[in-house]
Design a protein around this ligand. Sequence first.
Ligand code: GCW
Length: 681
Amino acid sequence: MNIRTTLLLPLLLCCCLTAKAEEGSRLWLRQATGAEAQVTAPRGGATLQTATHELREAWKGQPITLRLKKDKFLGSEGFRITPLADRLELTAATERGLLYGAYHLLRLQESNGGHAFTPQQEITEVPAYDLRILNHWDNIDGTVERGYAGSSLWDWESLPEQGSDRYEAYARANASIGINGTVLNNVNASPRILSRSYIEKVKALADVFRPYGLRVYLSVNFASPMALDSLPTADPADKAVARWWKNKVKEIYRLIPDFGGFLVKANSEGQPGPCDYGRTHAEGANMLADALAPHGGIVMWRAFVYSPGDADRAKQAYIEFKPLDGKFRKNVIVQVKNGPVDFQPREPYSPLFGAMQQTPLMAELQITQEYLGHANHVAYLAPMWKEFFQYVPPTSLRAIAGVSNIGNSPNWCGHPLAQSNWYAFGRLAWNPALSAEAIADEWLVQTFRSLERQETSGVDEQAAYKAMKQILMESREAVVNYMMPLGLHHLFAWGHHYGPEPWCDIPGARPDWMPSYYHKADKEGIGFDRSSRGSNAVAQYPDSLARLLDDAYSCPEQFLLWFHHLPWNHPMQSGNSLWEELCRHYSLGVREVRKFQQLWDRARPYIDEERFLLVQSLLKIQVRDAVWWKDACLLYFQELSGLPFPDEMERPIHTLPQLKQVKLGISNYECPDAELLDSQR
Ligand code: GCW
């Protein structure tokens, strides 16, 4: 029996005994039905009918009239809610605007404890971005790359003949938070997704999603013409290749007239691309853009490129893409990960943002917790994304994408609290000015409010919500503390990116996939020197920021070891040495997760047993892992620093040789050696 089963067994037994169990499948959409509100609406299409239906089912407030009215200010998705003497009026220029308005009203009602609610003032909402897109890294064999919530939601085998209730539930959940696009398949794309039979499957999904304003996009493999139709080349300058793409695009639009376009990972991690033929990323993107333009489609071209050459990995995307600024067609958007390396628990922002003034850019955020404890650890990511927006003004972006954490597990995201990240992504994509706190409040009350109890039970219940919110708000920083504080990054074990392996050294493997490439710890000190004396990655940032980052005494300490290699006794702002400060952060991370356990227990009387117990069990795993991280990193670094642990620090409970034996399977759901880890406690 592995660790997850051992810890979850009492939970499974207990849930059989409780009546009001909830498995989380209803997400934040748990409002009661049968409200019988008076809802008046013009005749319209499926989207308008959906808006009307949602309000009729659940709206408890005063009568409401839906109106379609041309309004330049509202654009194609905004809406206005106007309180009149005897009713509310919801107006929008399109049916989609009305749908978003309907969900907004229901969200306000739920935030009001599910009670009838009358807005006192006019409310006007217009989304910050036209494209608010989920990226699924779902493979056509049903697996999900970096997915921790079961298999893919898309049952390609049974499509298009057979549907699933979950397809509609998925579209509805997205619409309720304003997400309006979905890339169905992995950026490491199988060419087969563009075969006729798969396009028919994609059409079936697009038909289900359409009433919810959710457009479908596909990731494409740049060598598809060779793989599918045996063309001798995929060179974008080759006329036959361009013609192949034009025809393929036509074939797609014949079946899916509102198809959104392509997402492309090219010349990255072994994927084919235009550089294979001596062409640039712009030439490759433009060839696809020309095929899509007549149909209104777009290309989202990823800037996630790096190779094991001499240049610091963190500099490479900038080096390759910056010279291409202004060279892309109008319907190309370059999609850039938030940080320059790869979705680490904390990274500075990617310097490409702000550097490509002539090119529309979109941010790629990662909702799935590839580097933040998978679906075992609680890590509410809105604070991380807000941190990104502090440096990259939302207005400088054209669109926003999030790598999905959704799978076919009953609660969609694996960890019950991970649903908050799907929710927060949608809300921030609609309005990046919302605070992480406000989003946490909204999500918690909608997701956990007791449906049995009509009235809130006052002070204690408020305290329980406050405790849950504290967990969410502090969770990401806790993960940073016990995994990679002070700017450390990529200390992950080979392959699965779950546990620590700062010592990892696989002979012959790519150096830029090894932790030592990033931490560069030795007897003298630790950290990657990206200052002007080192790789000079700081020079890719605007001058004033570059100067700040370049000096170890002015560089924000949260990025210190990202930009500097420093002696173990480097003095920190706290007065501690760097070594002491590292020890302090790792220990703090462990203590924070222990505190989450206590805080979570406070919520018990107010929420359902099933989700309560599941989170309680997962927190045990998280504490176990936090201790594992702390011990592994500190014991390893201590071998190099030769320094003693500070007096007050909690002592390791493992030894380094023991920890070096731990080898987890690729997925944390099957961790054959977790017992070894557990038995070492
Ligand atoms: O970080 C890496 C992930 C890969 C992923 C890649 C990417 C889809 O480990 O699994 O591939 O990033 O973003 O393309």
